[in-house]
Design a protein around this ligand. Structure first.
Ligand code: BTN
Length: 313
């Protein structure tokens, strides 16, 4: 068994046990020697996992969800995990020149960024991550990355929790109209060719929600227990890698199937105007199509979207 797999297994066993687990028991379960177990416990402690060591054995001193950094290494991404950063987007920008595919994660962000330069509250317990990729896309095609990230986030949450989440245009994952996750896309391009893309994903998992956010919710609030962030991240990244290979029609089709914006009366606020009408489709180039009360069709590429009433079919 690879060393890091062994560490994942040790942590999994310790996490499931409220009491001490002896070295002998771990060794027997994992079919290795007690010395090997001890070596890996030492390594885990060095990595910052709070493990208490006594004569009775080993105990993980937290009943909270922890991110299993070693487990994430099964992904074809270079993983960077920090306790605290300003924003994973800042770290990703620093790493992007030299990394092909990387995943930057942090337990907390002191200066998390949302869309439209808004602040993103990022206390411990959430998933605050940025993916660095170098896709073979031109600038005009880059909008598709936000759709892929939203779909992947929604599917990962669905797979791990069974929750029927929906997608709200442009980039939110919602549950009963409350925001569970958001996506922030940053592109660096030269002339028309993308050099790299940084996809920031924030998911309210086991974290507190800011008092100022009345329209947000966390998975912990819904399920009244901690949800494994590691499992969500692994699933999400796998979906992302799967969807990025698909063509844009397929991707937009998947987004539409999960959307709660289409078929609704909406108010769109762009930097130039406010448009009210029925959101009825996505165009081939990824814009939200709105029909206003005069029958005029508007193609919206970016803006804020407020859901008004549902249109009866
Ligand atoms: C939004 O809905 O406004 C987008 C929110 C994106 C938040 C994530 S958290 C990880 C990454 N780092 C940031 O500072 N922002 C994104």
């Amino acid at each position: 068994m690879k060393s890091r797999n062994l560490r994942v297994q040790i942590l999994t066993i310790l996490q499931k046990n409220l009491n001490f687990v002896s070295g002998a028991k771990l060794a027997e379960k994992l079919n290795v020697s007690r010395v090997t177990i001890w070596k890996h416990i030492k390594k885990l402690k060095e990595k910052g996992y709070p493990i208490e060591i006594t004569k009775k054995g080993y105990k993980l001193l937290m009943n909270k969800d922890i991110i299993f950094e070693d487990k994430l290494k099964e992904l074809p991404y270079k993983v960077y995990y920090f306790q605290e950063v300003t924003s994973t987007m800042d770290i990703a920008r620093e790493k992007a020149e030299n990394e092909e595919k990387a995943l930057i994660l942090a337990e907390t962000q002191t200066s998390g960024k949302g869309r439209l330069a808004r602040m993103w509250y990022s206390p411990p317990g959430g998933i605050w991550m940025s993916l660095i990729i170098k896709p073979d896309l031109n600038l005009k095609e880059s909008y598709i990355l936000t759709y892929i990230a939203s779909i992947s986030t929604a599917l990962a949450i669905k797979d791990i929790t069974g929750l029927k989440v929906k997608l709200k245009w442009p980039n939110d994952v919602v549950y009963e109209e409350k925001k569970l996750a958001g996506i922030l896309l940053e592109i660096r391009a030269e002339v028309d060719k993308i050099q790299y893309a940084i996809i920031g994903i924030g998911i309210n998992v086991n974290n507190k929600i800011s008092n100022l956010e009345t329209q947000a919710i966390s998975l912990k609030e819904i399920f009244k227990k901690d949800i494994s962030r590691t499992d969500i991240i692994i699933n999400l990244v796998k979906y992302f890698d799967k969807f990025i290979k698909k063509n844009s029609n397929e991707i937009l089709k998947s987004w539409k199937e999960m959307s709660c914006t289409l078929g609704r009366e909406v108010k769109i606020l762009t930097t130039q105007e406010i448009i009210k009408g029925i959101a009825f489709d996505l165009s081939e180039d990824g814009a939200l199509m709105i029909k206003d009360k005069f029958g005029n069709v508007h193609k919206i590429y970016s803006g804020d979207c407020i859901h008004l009433r549902k249109i009866e079919k």
